[in-house]
Design a protein around this ligand. Structure first.
Ligand code: HEM
Length: 174
């Protein structure tokens, strides 16, 4: 639960910071200073919750024997790059505590250009190394996650909420 709560907070932060254009937040009266203060403090808290949750899950995965044997080589690569993505994101936020770099005029528009199939790499010129590294790390995660156990993200088992506790076979065959 801690990990998923942290994940939701971090996703929320990314939606506001990267997907929503600066002009929209400005239109509802949020200036650069307000935005940055909010992103820094809420981002740091979200990031810490996320990291603690992630470390607890990693401890469980590599200490519970049944889970350890069910962890493939590719899963381990995924965890490595996920760790790099999480820590480089956090490092980017902390290194940018003074707000010298505005990713909402570079990384944000670049990411939107990417997902609208009109990539404009020139927007990434001059982006600090830590953020470029963060981009590389999440891209590797995006490439390998469909082949790893993390693919469960795509199949939230909502029917678990309504089904009987133990199902050994289809009910109509009983
Ligand atoms: C596997 C996917 C990703 C993970 C695990 C991840 C994780 C993180 C974490 C933990 C932070 C620290 C701040 C926070 O807690 O919100 C962060 C910051 C950041 N991430 Fe990501 N991220 C991912 C994908 C992306 C993508 C797709 C983009 C945009 C193209 C992006 C752009 C940023 C930016 C700009 C920051 C700095 C936010 C700030 O300082 O206000 N990240 N990321």
């Amino acid at each position: 639960p801690l990990f998923h709560f942290g994940l939701l907070c971090v996703i929320g932060g990314h939606v506001v910071g990267v997907l929503i254009p600066k002009t929209w937040t400005a239109a509802i009266g949020i200036n650069d200073h307000m935005y940055h203060e909010g992103a820094l403090y809420m981002g740091a808290v979200a990031g810490i919750i996320f990291i603690v949750g992630f470390l607890l899950l990693m401890k469980r995965r590599f200490t519970v024997p049944a889970m350890k044997v069910n962890t493939s080589g590719l899963d381990k690569w995924l965890y490595l790059f996920l760790t790099l993505a999480i820590f480089s994101g956090m490092a980017g936020t902390l290194l940018n505590a003074s707000g010298f770099f505005d990713y909402r005029v570079s990384i944000g528009p670049w990411f939107r250009s990417l997902i609208s199939f009109m990539p404009d790499p020139s927007l990434m010129e001059g982006v600090p190394f830590m953020f470029k590294f963060h981009m590389l790390a999440w891209m590797v995660v995006a490439i390998i996650f469909p082949f790893s156990r993390l693919v469960h993200c795509l199949s939230v088992p909502l029917n678990y909420l309504a089904r009987p506790f133990i199902v050994y076979r289809k009910r109509d065959r009983v």
